[in-house]
Structure formats: structure tokens, C-alpha cells
Design a protein around this ligand. Structure first.
Ligand code: NAD
Ligand code: WQD
Length: 351
């Protein structure tokens, strides 16, 4: 689709985990891409690897700009020099625990950064947006699967930024119907590009399950703490909807396609998940199989604020975006291990 029109897309946070995989797919689909990232939670090496994977020809269509969404001048510079057809907005902080300890950092970065972005987009007449929301807006859901029209709630400051930003998007679109905004609620993104050249590389000790398992597998951490073994689930551990990052990347292309082809979009939310629930212990077993090694586990108390089971209803995305996840946990673990075994220290060489 992109190649016919050479549409240029601004991808904020495009050096990060989901951003890099999405940028690669955009380039392969013929889009021109500008990434803006302040490298707060990423490294430029990740963008360099995207260039290599895209190949010489397509990588000419990628521009990388170091910039911070909190600085309006960084955005002014980008929009005054280049015409963007749409924005995919990944940039944000995402660590739940850190957001409880430092709420102001989260409100400043996620809220102020996004408000600046809407302001400058509006000023330059770019009114098509794909926003990274999260399953966190369902809080601890009373029913599963989570359906897009459920009541929303936040459990922590990070979740509140996503909830507020969804509400803000709805208000902006209501006030000016020229805006088309798609809110994508990701469930639990995992895995890596099949090449093993790009993947998730969190700084410090990982908060999320899969990067933690990966660090145990490569010998950087001794064992996995399994938070909760007395949940009313099949094996006592909590259940989540893990989704391969390449499926997620393709979900963004489907959202863009909708932005460019449908008239009446307004501001609309879609779940991006597989619709299948997997327990922590099932995930550990699948990873052990993919890596061919044992992951030592310690059964621990539940983690504060965790839900028992969360998974997506996938009907709306399937029907309206014509998108459906292709990969299961076997492929997610295979590709995550491929990335981890090739890059045990992430984008760094051994420190
Ligand atoms: P990530 O940290 O790997 O990527 C985010 C990128 O944004 C990083 O490269 C970071 O340097 C950049 N950034 C942060 N603040 C910025 C700012 N003010 N200006 C410019 N760049 C900035 O995270 P990710 O996993 O790729 O997540 C992308 C988005 O998806 C985030 O908004 C996150 O909240 C959301 N999300 C992630 C998950 C998940 O589990 N990974 C789940 C649901 C939603
Ligand atoms: C998954 C399961 C843990 C680590 C978070 C955010 C959510 C979204 C995705 C951004 C849970 C268990 C984990 C460990 C464990 N992010 N676990 N040992 O909590 O479902 O969602 O990331 O929007 O907003 O809240 O993901 O990967 O942290 O945990 O047992 O070392 O693994 O208790 O049951 P979660 P997670």
C-alpha cells in the first residue's frame, strides 16, 4: 500500500522494543519513516540494525532524529521540515513499579509529551494518529475476555497516563472531527524479529516476565520468581494474553490502512491480543522447550496489583482492521530465545 504513495509516517519512540519491529514492517511495506526518540530507554544501535534488516534500498527511506516530545521545539523542527501523513506514537515510559515511585516523571513524560505532539500535529494539519494504549486500561477485569466497550480503570500512575490519554484523544477528536485516532490496546508483547537481530532490551532488572526468563536462560539472573501459585487458574499461576511483537507490528500496519481508507473513524479502540490465555508456568515450560534448558523457578507470593487472568476479545480488530495474530507461544519463545542467545547482553557487547 505505502509504495504507491510514498507516505511518510512519524514514529515516536521508534528506537524501542515495539517501535523497531514496527518501523521495519513499515519500510518493507513501502512507507517512508521518520523516527523521533530521546533514547531514554533505547540505543541508536537498534535503529542501525533495523536499517541492516531493511536492506540498502529501503533503509534510505528511514530518517532518525534524536528528540524529546517534551520539547516542543524538537517537534516544531520535524513538522516544519517534513510533511507527515500520520503519526504512530509509541514514545512513553512504561514501568509500572517506577510509576508508583515517581508519578510526576510519568505524568510529565507521557502526558506532556503527548499533549505537545497533538498540538504540533494539529498546527501542521496532520490529524491521523495511532496511539499505543494498553490492556492496563481494563484494570483487574471482572469478566474475560476483555471487550473494548468495558468500563476502564487504572491501577497505578502508568495505567492512569494511558487512561487519561485515551480520554484526551476522545475529547480532541470530538472537538475537531477532522482527527482520526486509533487507540491500540496491546496485551503482553513478547518475542522478537525472526532474524534475532532486534528484540527487547530493558535497562536494569526486567519487570516483565519474558525478559526476566530470558535473563535467567542466558545466566545473567539465577532464577525466576513466579509471583503467585494460588490463583484460581489451571496451575495456580496467573494467566495473560502474550502476543508476538511481529503480530503487533502488523497490527499497526492494519491500523494505518484503516486511517487511510475509512472515512468515519472518529476515535476508536482496538485490542491487539491473541484471545488466548497462558499461565506463567506454561510460559516457563514453553521457553524451556525452545531453549532446551531448565529455568529454575521460585514460587513466591502474588505481586501487588496483579490480576488473576487477562486476555483479549479479538473480534473487533478482526472485523474492523482485518487483523488477527498469527503466532502462538511456541513461536514467541523460539524467537525470543533466538534473540537472547545471539544477544545475551542485548544491544551491548558483554560489559
Ligand atoms: P520502549 O521503552 O522499548 O520504547 C519506548 C521508546 O520511547 C523508547 O525508545 C524511549 O527512549 C522513547 N521515549 C520515551 N519517552 C520519550 C520522549 N519523551 N521523547 C522521545 N522518546 C521517548 O517500550 P515499548 O515496549 O516499545 O512500548 C512502546 C509503547 O507501547 C509505550 O507507550 C508503552 O507504554 C506501550 N505498551 C507497551 C507494552 C509492553 O509491555 N511492552 C504493553 C502495552 C503498551
Ligand atoms: C506477567 C505475569 C506476573 C515477572 C504489564 C503491565 C501492563 C503492560 C504489560 C504496558 C504476571 C508474572 C512477572 C516475574 C512473574 N505493559 N511475573 N515473575 O503485569 O501482565 O502487564 O506489562 O502497558 O500494563 O502491567 O506483565 O510481564 O509484568 O507479568 O511471575 O519476574 O508474569 O506476576 O502474572 P503484566 P508482566
Amino acid at each position: 500500500m505505502g509504495s504507491e504513495f510514498c507516505k511518510r509516517i512519524l514514529v515516536t519512540g521508534g528506537a524501542g522494543f515495539i517501535g523497531t519491529h514496527t518501523v521495519l514492517q513499515l519500510l518493507k511495506d513501502g512507507f517512508h519513516v521518520t523516527v523521533v526518540d530521546n533514547l531514554d530507554n533505547s540505543v541508536e544501535e537498534a535503529v542501525d540494525r533495523v536499517r541492516i534488516l531493511a536492506g540498502e534500498d529501503l533503509s534510505r527511506n528511514l530518517v532518525f532524529s534524536i528528540g524529546d516530545l517534551r520539547n516542543k521545539s524538537d517537534l516544531e523542527k520535524l513538522f516544519s521540515e517534513t510533511r507527515f501523513e500520520a503519526v504512530i506514537h509509541f514514545a512513553g515510559l512504561k514501568a509500572v513499579g517506577e510509576s508508583v515511585a515517581k508519578p510526576m516523571r510519568y505524568f510529565d513524560n507521557n502526558l506532556v509529551g503527548t499533549l505537545n505532539l497533538y498540538e504540533i500535529m494539529g498546527k501542521y494539519g496532520c490529524k491521523k494518529m495511532v496511539f499505543s494504549s494498553s490492556a492496563t486500561v481494563y484494570g483487574q477485569p471482572e469478566k474475560i475476555p476483555c471487550v473494548e466497550d468495558f468500563d476502564l480503570k487504572a491501577m497505578n500512575p502508568y495505567g492512569r497516563t494511558k487512561l487519561f490519554l485515551e480520554e484526551i484523544a476522545r475529547d480532541i477528536q470530538k472537538a475537531d472531527p477532522e482527527w482520526k485516532i486509533i487507540l491500540l490496546r496491546y496485551f503482553n508483547p513478547v518475542g522478537a524479529h525472526e532474524s534475532g537481530q532486534i528484540g527487547e532490551d530493558p535497562k536494569g532488572i526486567p519487570n516483565n516476565l519474558m525478559p526476566y526468563i530470558e535473563r535467567v536462560a542466558v545466566g545473567r539472573l539465577p532464577e525466576l520468581n513466579v509471583y503467585g501459585h494460588d490463583y484460581p487458574t489451571k496451575d495456580g499461576s496467573a494467566v495473560r494474553d502474550y502476543i508476538h511483537v511481529m503480530d503487533l507490528a502488523d497490527g499497526h500496519l492494519a491500523a494505518l490502512r484503516k486511517l487511510f481508507t475509512a472515512d468515519e473513524i472518529g476515535c476508536v479502540a482496538y485490542n491487539l491480543g491473541t484471545g488466548r490465555g497462558t499461565s506463567v508456568l506454561e510460559m516457563v515450560a514453553a521457553f524451556e522447550k525452545a531453549a532446551g534448558k531448565k529455568i529454575p523457578v521460585k514460587l513466591c507470593d502474588r505481586r501487588h496489583g496483579d490480576a488473576t487472568a487477562v486476555y483479549a476479545s479479538t473480534e473487533k480488530a478482526q472485523k474492523e482492521l482485518n487483523w488477527k495474530a498469527k503466532y502462538g507461544i511456541e513461536e514467541m519463545c523460539r524467537d525470543q530465545w533466538n534473540w537472547a542467545s545471539k544477544n545475551p547482553y542485548g544491544y551491548q557487547s558483554k560489559p
